[in-house]
Design a protein around this ligand. Structure first.
Ligand code: SF4
Length: 268
């Protein structure tokens, strides 16, 4: 973390998820990133499968990088990356072991055969030193895999294990901006692999997008650094927000959360 050492310890660090959260709901951003309110989210199968699949793919890609092939048993890898202790019973765990092995196999099949892997699960950072419009901040993103294709182009690839097939524009643009800065190559392809369906979405960063994305990031950073307004914004993702039943000021039952799932209707 050499970059962090050269910046004040309280310098704002912005990952795509921070930018998205602030855009979506300021109160959620404040509760999560400023107040650092911790709420128990409980066991979520989809989340556990996602974490385990990312870990299994990273392990396989490391083997590909070292030996140019994967000889490992995917079922065995899935068993070691999916934490049995988090599951209520063996049957559910074994079902998810099979899913993780299956998703890992699909992910590996989507990687081009000629891909030369440069990085696996790398965190990229760009320290912005500030100007008359915006105070210093650090823009950061974690990239699942970066590789050079047979034609010499650079690709960063993001694994998606859920069923939501939407492309996250902020994540895509910020990541390829950082990849371009870090590796100083063009073009930079942004690929999202939807492992549940086996589909890939790929786009290429152009100059206008670089300018637009950077301007938007600076605007949001400036807003975060200067705002006193942390109002909640009801949105379709509220039921998945960790503060939905505990913390959100729109919840009329927040002192007694037993009836919390009804708060959205009550607030409308
Ligand atoms: S539940 Fe919705 S309105 Fe409340 S903090 Fe979360 S995202 Fe914002």
């Amino acid at each position: 973390m050499a970059i962090l050492n050269r910046f004040a310890s309280d310098t704002l660090i912005l990952y795509p998820r921070n930018l998205n959260t602030f855009e979506q709901c300021r109160e959620q951003y404040k509760l999560q990133h400023i107040d650092k309110l911790r709420v128990r989210t409980g066991f979520k199968r989809e989340l556990e499968r996602g974490i385990a699949t990312h870990a299994a793919l990273a392990r396989c890609l490391n083997q590909i990088r070292q030996t140019n092939s994967v000889t490992a048993d995917l079922q065995k890898i899935a068993r070691s990356t999916l934490k049995r202790a988090k599951y209520p019973d063996s049957k559910t765990w074994l079902e998810d072991v099979n899913t993780v092995a299956h998703l890992t196999k699909i992910g590996l099949s989507l990687l081009p055969e000629e891909a030369h892997i440069l990085a696996i699960e790398e965190t990229l950072e760009y320290p912005f030193r500030g100007d008359d419009k915006c105070q210093p901040f650090i823009l950061a993103a974690k990239v699942d895999v970066i590789y050079v294709d047979a034609d010499g182009s650079l690709t960063h690839l993001d694994w998606k294990t859920g069923t939501n097939g939407q492309v996250d524009d902020i994540q895509n643009n910020v990541t390829r901006l950082l990849v371009g800065v870090r590796y100083k190559r063009a073009p930079v392809h942004s690929s999202t692999a939807y492992l549940s369906s086996g589909m890939m979405h790929t786009s290429i960063l152009d100059r206008d997008e670089v300018m637009d994305t950077w301007a938007k990031v600076q605007d949001i950073a400036h807003e975060i650094q200067t705002t006193k307004d942390w109002h909640p914004t009801r949105n379709p993702l509220c039921p998945w927000c960790r503060f939905y039943t505990d913390g959100c000021t729109l919840n009329p039952n927040r002192q007694n959360t037993s009836n919390a799932p009804t708060w959205i209707q009550a607030a409308m």
